[in-house]
Design a protein around this ligand. Structure first.
Ligand SMILES: [Fe+2]
Length: 196
């Protein structure tokens, strides 16, 4: 798994945002600093790239839960309103764990919505409110993207002896996402599948 390199747009934004013309970045995105954790730079670099992709997708999934928390309607409004917010909070915890793992590996985590939008693999939903089955299909699709990449990244981290990253991916990211799929997916019982 590789993240996309920084776009020209992102590079020019760094150079020309104009607010701090004399500012010099102390750590450039896409570079690594030395960290004495007995892992080769190449291993840490691969994990950082993978985790930044996962971070963008987890931030997008987190925000999809808040969108649906606000916009849900119908007879199951109250239970889904609460469930979506619970999952939002749990995805927020994953976001923090992933971002801090990136920093502890000597990398630089993405943070801002613009960069997340350019990086995520999760399709952009419309601005409109959608009915519950469509909301749920979108969430399940986003979870599956995260789970697929997280499993591949976990295997790669294990093979490279990056046990800390592997543990984060397996114990936190994969298990939380699988549980969220269960809780959300059960609401679709008896509903014909929708094409997004
Ligand atoms: Fe709320």
């Amino acid at each position: 798994m590789r993240t996309r390199p920084m776009t020209r747009k992102a590079e020019s934004r760094m150079a020309t945002d104009g607010h701090h013309p004399d500012a010099r970045e102390i750590r450039r995105y896409g570079t690594l600093v030395s960290v004495p954790i007995a892992l080769a730079a190449s291993v840490r670099g691969t994990s950082v790239e993978n985790l930044n992709q996962l971070l963008a997708d987890t931030m997008t999934l987190r925000d999809l839960y808040k969108k649906h928390h606000w916009q849900v309607s119908g007879p199951t409004f109250y239970q889904l309103h609460l469930l979506f917010d619970k999952h939002f909070n749990e995805q927020s915890e994953l976001v923090d764990s992933i971002a801090e793992r990136i920093q502890s590996l000597g990398g630089v985590s993405i943070a801002m919505a613009h960069d997340v939008a350019e990086t995520t693999l999760i399709p952009r939903p419309p601005l409109d409110c959608e009915e519950v089955p469509v909301q749920i299909e979108r969430l399940l699709h986003a979870h599956e993207i995260v789970l697929k990449e997280a499993r591949a990244m976990a295997r790669q981290a294990a093979e490279a002896d990056d046990d800390g990253t592997n543990d984060l991916l397996v114990s936190q990211v994969i298990r939380t996402n699988e549980r969220h799929v269960w809780f959300v997916g059960e609401h679709l019982v008896g509903t014909p599948p929708l094409a997004l």
